[in-house]
Design a binder for this molecule. Structure first.
Ligand SMILES: CC(C)(COP(=O)(O)OP(=O)(O)OC[C@H]1O[C@@H](n2cnc3c(N)ncnc32)[C@H](O)[C@@H]1OP(=O)(O)O)[C@@H](O)C(=O)NCCC(=O)NCCS
Length: 177
């Protein structure tokens, strides 16, 4: 049995994020087509930032972050995971970043999200998984809706990127959903 991946589906493998992944991840973050709806990308991502990201991803008590790989090539295509794990409240924040714009809109994001929310509810026994997304990031919102996230509300003019503010849509999915 191949143990490369901790979780996998038809096209996606999720494994631990390693230090060797970080230069590739840095390339994702320095691509404006990737960060266009995010608050990241306003300055170059440094070695120190990469170390902080790596440490954060591997702090088991507060986050569960995966390297997202294309199962055919075993190449890193992004990261995704659960952050701010709050054990008494049984909730966590979901974040995903696919670093290759040419694969957007082909269902990869939803495949990753489905794997992680299933793991979050079934293995971590979470009750709530929530997220915030730029209101103009229509592909992301659609992808979350397909996975069962519902709209909760809007934080007005909350996200700043490239000279203007964007509303932030808050979404969540509950274990009972
Ligand atoms: C957000 C992200 C993970 C989505 O992944 P993805 O693989 O593109 O998502 P999916 O293909 O599973 O779903 C996207 C859906 O939105 C649709 N879509 C794409 N662009 C759209 C648009 N402008 N308007 C409406 N729907 C759109 C797609 O057609 C697809 O729906 P369908 O399957 O019903 O046809 C990916 O785009 C990404 O990582 N972006 C960069 C980082 C980012 O923005 N992260 C989110 C932070 S909250």
């Amino acid at each position: 049995m191949d143990n490369t991946y901790f979780l996998s589906s038809k096209r996606i493998g999720l494994r631990t994020l390693t230090r060797d992944d970080m230069p590739v991840y840095q390339g994702f973050l320095n691509n404006k087509d990737v960060t266009k709806y995010l608050e990241m990308g306003w300055r170059p991502y440094t070695e120190k930032d990469l170390e902080v990201t790596y440490q954060e991803a591997n702090n088991a008590s507060s986050a569960l972050v995966f390297a997202v790989c294309d199962i055919k090539t075993n190449k890193l295509i992004g990261t995704a995971g659960l952050y701010f794990l709050h054990w008494p409240g049984r909730r966590a924040q979901y974040r995903i970043l696919l670093g290759k714009p040419e694969i957007y809109g082909k269902g990869f994001g939803s495949e990753v999200t489905n794997l992680i929310i299933k793991h979050g509810f079934e293995r971590l026994n979470l009750n709530t998984i929530y997220l915030g997304v730029n209101a103009e990031n229509k592909g992301a919102i659609r992808s979350y809706e397909k996975c069962g996230f519902v709209h909760e509300g809007v934080q007005r003019a909350f996200i700043y990127n490239d000279g203007r503010y964007y509303d932030c849509v808050n979404m969540s999915i509950l274990a009972n959903d």
